[in-house]
Design a protein around this ligand. Structure first.
Ligand code: NDP
Length: 309
């Protein structure tokens, strides 16, 4: 029996985005994980009811994501137009005239004619060797607008942009970003940035939605961890797992969480969150874990222009 299906968010350009995406970033991958795990994960996810997949050129797995999609279409589980595929432009392709060619390369790897959403992965521009470059993300955005005009990306947006960068982009663009994708979880609730995006009708995709719950088990990591008693009590009340409670917390806030899993059982578990609701008190209790501590911090970029954190 399929879980209740995720609802959609209406984007500011009229397109609809499914409110839960499979993450395929390999930041938490174990040494034994292979790229073929991504192919299987994408297939299992679509089989379990996911309609939104999040990838990026820099993850090096667009080919496997495309294979998983092709497997699902070949088996008659979905058609292309029922899926919502997101990929991202890497930092070393920020010149305006590099954007459309970079997207075309992603499309070739994915085996697709268009993506549903193309994001500038970071506001930071680098050269190919990773050293800082001084390309303005407003120029990059002009390339993104061209990609949309060509129909190669149905919607366009950004990732890891802060409030000032969002404002500057809104004030200097023809097409506003439809989405901002950034880290949100119980230890990094991001109330100001979430509120700011929503007030400008920019939808939020929440990456690393589990925060320190499971995979970032350093001894000094802040709570909640998977065995947290507060989360456990809420989970027991709804007959759900702590992981499902944390994902539902994002949904209750109107966000689109992007849980990554390559495990078939956990992939199915993570979408099984659309048949219950948290109370306002429970949402406030989970929000109280906030420490403004990030899972993803890229120290080596701290001195680069446009570092967003
Ligand atoms: P997540 O918060 O999704 O955590 C992933 C970890 O949680 C993995 O170790 C996974 O293991 C485990 N896990 C998944 N489901 C469960 C569950 N139900 N119970 C227990 N453990 C579970 O972290 P990510 O950092 O990967 O973020 C998710 C996605 O967001 C990325 O894959 C990527 O697509 C995107 N992202 C985007 C960024 C950006 O800059 N735009 C930056 C970082 C991430 P297992 O696979 O074994 O289940």
């Amino acid at each position: 029996v399929l879980a209740a299906q995720p609802t959609c968010v209406l984007l500011n350009d009229g397109n609809k985005m499914p409110m839960l995406a499979l993450g395929t970033g390999r930041g938490t991958a174990k040494e034994t994980d292979t790229l073929d795990d991504v192919r299987n994960a994408v297939f299992w996810a679509i089989e379990a009811g996911y309609r939104h997949i999040d990838t990026a050129a820099v993850y090096g797995d667009e080919e496997q994501v495309g294979q998983g999609i092709a497997d699902a279409i070949a088996k008659g589980i979905v058609t292309r137009d029922q899926l919502f595929i997101t990929t991202k432009l890497w930092n070393d392709k920020h010149a305006r005239d590099q954007v459309v060619p970079a997207l075309k390369e992603s499309l070739t790897r994915l085996g697709l004619e268009y993506v549903d959403l193309y994001l500038i992965h970071f506001p930071i521009a680098t050269k190919e060797d990773g050293s800082p470059d001084n390309i303005d993300y407003l120029d990059t955005w002009k390339g993104m607008e061209e990609a949309k005009k060509l129909g190669l990306a149905t919607s366009i947006g950004v990732s890891n942009f802060n409030i000032a960068q969002i404002d500057r982009l809104l004030a200097n663009s023809n097409v506003p970003p439809a989405v901002n994708e950034f880290e949100v979880n119980p230890t990094l609730t991001q109330e100001p940035l979430v509120q700011h995006c929503m007030s400008h009708n920019i939808a939020v995709m929440a990456y690393s939605p589990f925060g320190f719950l499971v995979s970032r088990s350093k001894p000094d990591a802040p709570p909640p961890r998977y065995d947290d008693p507060t989360l456990g009590a809420i989970a027991a009340k709804y007959n759900k797992t702590p992981g499902q409670i944390v994902l539902r917390f994002a949904i209750e806030r109107g966000l689109t969480p992007i849980p990554k899993s390559t495990n078939q059982k956990r992939i199915a578990e993570n979408i099984n969150i659309f048949d219950f609701e948290l109370t306002a008190d429970e949402i406030a209790t989970i929000a109280n874990f906030n420490k403004n501590v990030r899972v993803i911090e890229i120290d080596s970029w701290k001195d680069y222009p446009n570092y967003p954190f």
